[in-house]
Ligand binder design. Structure first.
Ligand code: AMP
Ligand code: MG
Length: 359
């Protein structure tokens, strides 16, 4: 298949023609990759089982991993869900359009081929002009997982989409780099209390404050030891992973720097190519390996924005092993660490601080 790539911004003249071409592909059951504020999505008509099946084929995605339906107007929601619980109404009012996916009971028109056989459906209204206009002109909810090969880091630029899917999809709308860089928060409102199935930019604190009541966390997200199944089926798969082995090193700053330095030197002595994911604050402490600066601890948004790009850069440089600093798990940091630890296949070295040793 020939993949067309079209660059588009809000200023693009004659953009009507581009949206017409892209929405025609969706209406005909084809695949269009497009930017959202979180990551690039791989879109197809979410109400057509055959179209959704093409997403699974292009990504190599397991068929029990359900898709998120993207809408442009709240009026589209009424058609694809059975009921809208009160908690969801509040979330929609405050956080849509935005990086929040809500799980509802599905209406009959949503095929099981989109929901991975579930009676529930995940819905999001993206806060991105290109995404919204594409959905509007297509006239259907667009099913869109991240536009990467299954298991690989999600795409935050059109070039990442091309790396994974060129020749497998009809069109890539290149709208530049995305803003947030991590996938949406997923919250299930079919349960009481509502439950976060995947952390993201919208945090548990933000949702609890909004509702004035408890919002739970899927316990399986952090309990790697048991065989509990995550409630979002996709979370059970290895995800976001670079080709190299990735190890996260957590603890007090001086120990993290020292440990990563020692491990990197050991690996290099064995002839391995080493990558280091460093923050601006710690970078001067490393003297070996290929060092990539992910951002600053002062602004966790910078870390989220660069994570997937850096993992892909290390792949291009054919690095054998990557050591990453660990980051704060407060607020948005929880989502960053969730993706990083998953990308590492749960390989984390936890260094105790002095006070913990003395206890
Ligand atoms: P992505 O592939 O990055 O778009 O991720 C979509 C995520 O949403 C996966 O982890 C899915 O398992 C999850 N998801 C989609 N629909 C549902 C649903 N009905 N119930 C629970 N999780 C869902
Ligand atoms: Mg994905």
């Amino acid at each position: 298949m020939k993949t067309k790539v079209i660059s588009i911004t809000e200023e693009t003249e004659d953009s009507d023609k581009i949206y017409q071409e892209a929405s025609e592909i969706i209406k005909q059951g084809g695949l269009v990759a497009f930017p959202t504020e979180t990551v690039y999505g791989l879109g197809a008509n979410g109400l057509e089982e055959k179209a959704a099946a093409k997403i699974y084929a292009a990504k190599g995605r397991p068929s029990d991993n359900p898709l998120i339906l993207h809408i442009a107007e709240v009026s589209q929601l009424n058609k694809i869900v059975k009921t809208i619980p009160e908690a969801a109404k509040k979330m929609i009012e405050t956080y849509w359009p935005g990086p929040l996916t809500i799980i509802f009971e599905k209406a009959d028109c949503v095929p099981y081929g989109t929901t991975g056989g579930l009676e529930t459906v995940a819905v999001r209204m993206p806060d991105h002009k290109i995404a919204r206009r594409l959905i509007q002109e297509s006239g259907v909810p667009i099913a869109a997982p991240s536009a990467n090969l299954s298991g690989r880091p999600s795409p935050t630029k059109a070039s990442h989409v091309a790396e994974d899917l060129y020749g497998k999809i009809d069109l890539i709308l290149d709208g530049g780099s995305v803003g947030i860089g991590l996938e949406s928060t997923i919250v299930d409102v079919t349960t009481v209390p509502p439950m976060i199935l995947r952390p993201g930019y919208i945090t548990q604190e933000m949702l609890t404050e909004l509702l004035g009541e408890e919002v739970a966390f899927d316990p399986a997200l952090y309990d790697h030891s048991s065989d509990k199944r995550p409630k979002a089926p996709g979370m059970k798969y290895r995800h976001y992973a670079p080709k190299a082995e990735l190890i996260v090193v957590e603890g007090p700053s001086y120990k993290v720097i020292e440990t990563i330095g020692t491990l990197a030197a050991e690996q290099e002595a064995k002839g391995k190519k080493v990558g280091i994911i460093a923050t601006e604050e710690y970078q001067s402490g490393y003297h070996s390996g290929l060092i990539e600066i992910i951002g600053t601890r002062e602004k966790e948004e910078t870390i989220a924005q660069n994570l997937y790009h850096i993992l892909r850069e290390f792949d291009k440089n054919q690095v054998d092993v990557i050591y990453s600093e660990g980051f704060s798990k407060e607020n948005f940091g929880q989502a960053i660490m969730n993706r990083l630890v998953k990308a590492a296949g749960n390989k984390v070295i936890k260094l105790p601080d002095k006070t913990e040793i003395e206890k």
